[in-house]
Design a protein around this ligand. Structure first.
Ligand SMILES: [Zn+2]
Length: 178
């Protein structure tokens, strides 16, 4: 019973920490509510949006615009990715973390990033359900979110490039339709 309370108290303390509005990570110094990393993403996005508008207004905008559109799409996808990590934290803190969620959303990505293997592990899922209380699973999910979120912030650009490419294709199709 005592351990259950401890886990609950821990989650309460996690909730009370000042966090970045986008990624949810604890920020020592926040600018406009954002950690340094997210604020850099925000600034990149503003810069590319401004530059794209400027170059589009030129009479022959070609060459540089291709590169700029690529960078703009990446910046947008990075912002989305940052916010996504904050939403994951919100989900963890919102309530019960089911054994299956813990296994699929948190243990498997860790397994994949370390062992390059994301096969399911049913025995782990059962143990997560029988050994840990719902609050303790919340704490576990939170710790894994911290580790994976930190890792994601270091290679965010690589992570979003596929998303950005799809965005550019969509954009190009829309431009053609204009
Ligand atoms: Zn952040």
């Amino acid at each position: 019973m005592q351990t259950e309370l401890d886990a609950r108290e821990f989650i309460t303390s996690v909730r009370s920490v000042v966090r970045c509005h986008w990624c949810g990570r604890q920020g020592k110094r926040l600018t406009k509510g954002l950690c340094r990393h997210c604020n850099d993403v925000r600034k990149d996005l503003l810069r590319f949006e401004k530059e794209v508008l400027g170059v589009r207004a030129e009479s022959e905008p070609h060459g540089r615009l291709v590169w700029l559109n690529q960078e703009l799409a990446i910046a947008r996808a990075r912002k989305k990715n940052c916010i996504g990590w904050g939403q994951m934290l919100d989900d963890i803190l919102a309530g019960h973390v089911e054994p299956l969620t813990l296994e699929r959303a948190w243990f498997r990505p860790v397994q994949k990033s370390i062992a390059n293997d994301d096969r399911s592990n049913h025995s782990r899922e059962a143990a997560l359900g029988s050994i840990f209380t719902s609050e303790q699973r919340q704490v576990l999910a939170y710790f894994l979110w911290e580790i994976l979120g930190e890792q994601a912030s270091h290679n965010r650009r690589n992570r979003v490039e596929g998303v950005a490419d799809r965005e550019i294709l969509r954009q190009t199709d829309e431009d053609r339709a204009d």
